[in-house]
Design a protein around this ligand. Structure first.
Ligand code: AGP
Length: 611
């Protein structure tokens, strides 16, 4: 979703803003713009389309001299993606400029009020209303800072704001509610940004803004104020990853790089959490008593993170014998969930900023539930508001389609499951030791899976021109199919569906005809025979079947499938950790064959910060 960057310092702002925006491109956007202040005026350049257009238009920022400014990549919500609706937005008198991420829910009512007072609007956006309202209050108060507070009291919804005022050169004002925004402390300069990738080239020291806070940035100082306008001290955090982690490093696509990084990412997730053959979870406060008093467990997330929860349900219920409800965050918050202080809610999010997931967390907390979150981005909103947080340590994930974050989330959830089973004594010592030993082999086994990439590319070249694909499987393979199907559709734009194999005969099988591609997931040993029967059924109706199974299942599947991919044998609970990688690669190679924009698929954003 929208990306924000702001700079105030001694250097020329525009090239720094353009570079920062280029590092936020991965968030997904359809237009971009910058505003730079200098000589008592604010100059805006903005355009629909790629950032390269903006860069060309401004000669790399050279046309916009000035040492303070704000930049924005827009993911359209209110008003089509065009030049006028792009940010920054100027107030009618051109003295105030603003960038916004989020949605102003009561913008129509404010717009009507301002229209009645003769204010003219240039765009259709909710964001411009904030710029015009700022002008309105600035004229009344003659104090831009006071005007900002008045605006914040008036608007409803979610926002991260970056504001410039021509009368206050060398200053940026930032404000946040329910949308990500951080402050960067540079040497003789200061930054605002939607995430650290935009500014890590310049500084590693950041402070995370909280809801209701307003910040005043000058080159030498960042002062933050709380919702009442009182100055407050903010903690500084040091970003501990290198800028190279957010660069392609010779790979054609971030997605491929991130798939290749999976074994290493898993080692980072697993390694530090195993001591003397036992799983230890840092600073984790859930006790055996808490677990025993728990009547049920919720897993709440969106998209691929939700699919991790779907796998987790099978494993947790099997090992802990506690009922698990997996819910989509966007549904959970509006379904009057049955929660109390005896409920544990596991929140899963790569970005830690997904708005629906964040809202679900707050809903659960308000009802007394205990929150454990699995998050990748350190210091993100979800991490900060949870009772316990466990980081996946996957490193920055740039491709919109998640790969290494999914795999590390899955592994961490498996580790939590084993940790809980050990605490509760629902798994015997021998089995526990065996599973902990086995999980440490997963990164190496994954290397073996990656070594089959040419074979996967071959199958992709056979099937890339299909316009409909079905992923079928039972139990853990069904949960795995949900992710395989999402991966394929989001980056290759091929329509695909994931079905529990047993459901096929209840309707979907009518869609199977000559040449339909069915990806039959058959890694789960106990149901291999059932999986085979489903393969035979769809083959009999003309489908091409690409099967995914374990090395020990290969011979059986090869008899009936059109093609077979394998993963090494492992304990059942870890099969999806291996099985997901061929599906990620398959989606990648299909999208590559089709010439799709793999890292930035159409209409999608990496971090979904609006409802
Ligand atoms: C998957 O490839 C997606 N891009 C998407 O489904 C993602 O998993 C979802 O938006 C949740 O994001 P989060 O993990 O950052 O909360």
């Amino acid at each position: 979703m929208c990306g924000i960057v702001g700079y105030v310092g001694k250097e020329q702002a525009a090239p720094i803003l353009l570079d920062g925006l280029s590092r936020l491109e991965y968030r997904g956007y359809d237009s971009a713009g910058v505003c730079v202040g200098g000589d008592g005026a604010l100059k805006v350049a903005k355009t629909k389309g790629r950032l390269s257009n903006l860069s060309e238009m401004t000669h790399g920022g050279g046309d916009l001299p000035g040492t303070f400014g704000i930049g924005h990549t827009r993911w359209a919500t209110h008003g089509e993606p065009n030049d006028v609706n792009s940010h920054p937005h100027l107030s009618q008198d051109g003295r105030i400029a603003l960038v916004h991420n989020g949605i102003i829910e009561n913008y129509m009512e404010i717009k009507e009020m301002l229209l009645e007072k003769g204010v003219q609007f240039a765009s259709e956006t909710d964001s411009e209303v904030v710029a015009q309202l700022l002008q309105y209050y600035y004229r009344k108060t003659s104090d831009i800072f006071q005007a900002v507070y008045k605006v914040l009291h008036r608007i409803e919804g979610a926002y991260a704001l970056g504001i410039l005022c021509a009368d206050k050169p060398d200053q940026i004002i930032a404000a946040r509610k329910d949308a990500p925004l951080l402050l960067g402390h540079g040497d003789g300069c200061a930054f605002i940004a939607s995430d650290a990738t935009a500014i890590i080239k310049h500084t590693r020291e950041v402070s995370y803004m909280e809801d209701g806070e307003v910040a005043l940035l000058t080159a030498d100082r960042i002062q933050v104020y709380n919702a009442l306008g009182d100055p407050i001290e903010k903690e500084r955090h040091v970003i501990d990853w290198e800028i190279s982690a957010a660069e392609k490093g010779g790979y054609e696509h971030f997605m491929f790089k991130e798939i290749m990084e999976e074994p290493e990412a898993l080692r980072r997730t697993i390694g530090p959490r195993i001591r003397d053959g036992r799983i230890e979870l840092e600073g984790f406060s859930v006790t055996a008593d808490t677990l025993r008093s728990m009547s049920r467990l919720y897993i709440v997330a969106c998209g691929s993170s939700y699919h991790v929860g779907m796998v987790g349900k099978y494993n947790i219920e099997k090992l802990l014998r506690i009922p698990v409800e997996v819910q989509l965050a966007s549904e959970f918050r509006y379904c009057d969930p049955i929660l109390d202080e005896k409920t544990l809610v596991i929140i899963i999010s790569q970005s830690g900023e997904t708005l629906d997931t964040m809202a679900a967390l707050r809903e659960a907390k308000a009802r007394g539930a205990r929150i454990l979150s699995i998050v990748n981005v350190v210091g993100s909103s979800i991490a900060r508001e949870s009772d316990d947080v466990l980081y996946t340590w996957a490193g920055p994930e740039i491709a919109v389609a998640t790969t290494k974050a999914y795999s590390t989330q899955l592994m961490l959830l498996d580790m939590i499951t084993l940790y809980f089973a050990d605490l509760l004594g629902t798994v015997d010592e021998k089995t526990y030791r065996k599973l902990v030993t086995e999980l440490q082999t997963i990164p190496d086994k994954l290397e073996k899976v990656l070594a089959q990439k040419e074979k996967i590319q071959y199958f992709a070249s056979q099937y890339f021109n299909h316009d409909s694909v079905f992923f079928i499987g039972r139990n853990l393979d069904f949960a795995l199919g949900l992710e395989g199907s999402l991966k394929l559709k989001e980056i290759s734009y091929i329509h695909s569906e994931a079905y529990a194999s047993g459901e096929l005969k209840h309707g979907t099988i009518s869609l199977i005809e000559d040449g339909t591609l069915v990806v039959a997931l058959s890694t789960y040993g106990p149901l291999l025979d059932k999986a085979m029967s489903n393969v035979v059924e769809v083959r009999a109706r003309g489908a091409d079947v690409l099967a995914l199974t374990t090395e020990s299942g290969e011979e059986a599947l090869a008899k009936n499938a059109t093609g077979v991919l394998t993963v090494p044998d492992t304990a059942e609970m870890f099969l999806p950790s291996l099985g997901v990688v061929p599906l990620q690669l398959f989606a990648y190679y299909v999208a590559l064959q089709k010439g799709c924009d793999i890292d930035k698929p159409r209409n999608l954003a990496k971090s979904v910060t609006v409802e």
